[in-house]
Design a protein around this ligand. Structure first.
Ligand code: ADP
Ligand code: MG
Length: 347
């Protein structure tokens, strides 16, 4: 098979902490033609979407460690059409920009994209959990989104909660997630100004109920094709509220509780029907704070704790999808030939 990965610049990837390294390693190990490219490498020639790809040269012996493999990898640059690939994994930092999605639109009917382009449009930022509200409102924390400073101020002022979470709509890795306390009222407008205005543009921001128990950590669950395949607990660092590893949090082994299993069961089918085949859920005290649909991470940590290799599940899944697709095309051609060969001559 041919598999490519949209990543941030390959040379700058943190091979040790980015789960992408593991998926790429598995792809090369299985003998798939494997390539990486970034947003900046995309082009169109005569209406065909292409990318200046870096294709992995398969070494004679593939190192067992994904990290060493990645560090030593030799790649050859080639301009290749996106629709020549059976699978495209989107593994860049979120959000995926609209122009990149437009490039992918041109191949989405023939190439399996993880995750689906239309699903990504729906779930490309932290508004997405609001679409679960009508059937799973108990799983969603009280959440407000706006770029209107006075409106947000009123919400904080009138809230029964003494503290709330403030965060950007498009953040990741815990960036700019803060607690806002009613007692600091005199600072709130100034803070809102800072978050909303960057000088040129106004940004939507999220105001969310502080979920009690967050200080004990959140559960990251990796969902593949609607099912939980891996989980880990992430605990905030000392004197911080954020449990992201990139914000000083640490990971500990975890067993999914019955309630967490139920949450995954409940939302799995909706993820799949939205074309979100691979996702990372962040659950705090049985509420979903975030659904990561672009490049969910933490898989390499889960692998260590749970003695699994999630990259194998992922590759098994995409291989199955592609082979089913190919079988159905083959069947179609056979059936077409049967019809073609039907005798239409009058005797
Ligand atoms: N509503 C909340 N209540 C308590 N803690 C929160 C809340 N929202 C976020 N956090 C803390 O901040 C971290 C990062 O927030 P999250 O919404 O997952 O954004 P990011 O995309 O930056 O990971 C969470 O893992 C959690 O530790
Ligand atoms: Mg998160």
């Amino acid at each position: 098979m041919n598999i490519c990965f949209l990543t941030d610049n390959w040379e700058n990837i943190d091979y040790e902490n980015d789960s992408t390294t593991h998926i790429i390693h598995e792809s090369v190990k299985r003998g798939h033609k494997t390539a990486v490219f970034s947003n900046n490498d995309l082009a169109i020639r005569q209406s065909i979407a292409l990318a200046h790809m870096k294709v992995f040269i398969h070494p004679e012996k593939i190192h067992a460690s994904p990290i060493i493999f990645a560090k030593k990898a030799k790649l050859r640059e080639e301009l290749l059409p996106l629709n020549g690939f059976d699978v495209i994994f989107l593994r860049a930092n979120p959000p995926i920009n609209e122009i990149t999605l437009n490039f992918l639109d041109t191949v989405k009917d023939n190439t399996f994209i993880v995750n689906d382009v239309d699903g990504l449009r729906r779930a490309n930022n932290k508004i997405y959990p609001a679409s679960f509200h009508h059937f799973a409102s108990h799983l969603i924390p009280e959440t407000h989104v706006s770029k209107n400073k006075e409106y947000l101020y009123q919400l904080i002022d009138q809230s029964e909660n003494k503290k709330m979470i403030l965060k950007p709509l498009n953040g990741y890795g815990g960036k700019c997630v803060i607690i806002i306390e009613q007692s600091a009222k005199r600072n709130i407008r100034s803070l809102l100004d800072f978050y909303i205005n960057d000088g040129k543009n106004k940004h939507h921001i999220i105001l969310q109920e502080y979920i009690e128990g967050a200080e004990k950590g959140d559960t990251r669950v990796i969902m593949l094709n609607g099912e939980a395949i891996g989980w880990v607990k992430r605990v905030p660092g000392k004197d911080d509220i954020r449990s992201n590893n990139s914000a000083g949090g640490s990971s500990v082994k975890h067993s999914l509780t019955q309630a967490e299993k139920e949450i995954c069961k409940q939302i799995g089918p909706k993820l799949v029907s939205d074309g979100i085949y691979l996702a990372g859920l962040d659950i705090i005290n049985n509420k979903i704070v975030e659904i990561n649909v672009v490049s969910p991470g933490g898989m390499h940590i889960i692998n260590k704790f749970n003695r699994v290799k999630l990259q194998q599940n992922i590759l098994d899944f995409v291989e199955n999808v592609v082979s089913e697709k190919q079988n159905s095309i083959k069947k179609k051609l056979e059936h077409r030939k049967l019809v073609q060969d039907a005798n239409i001559k009058s005797k």
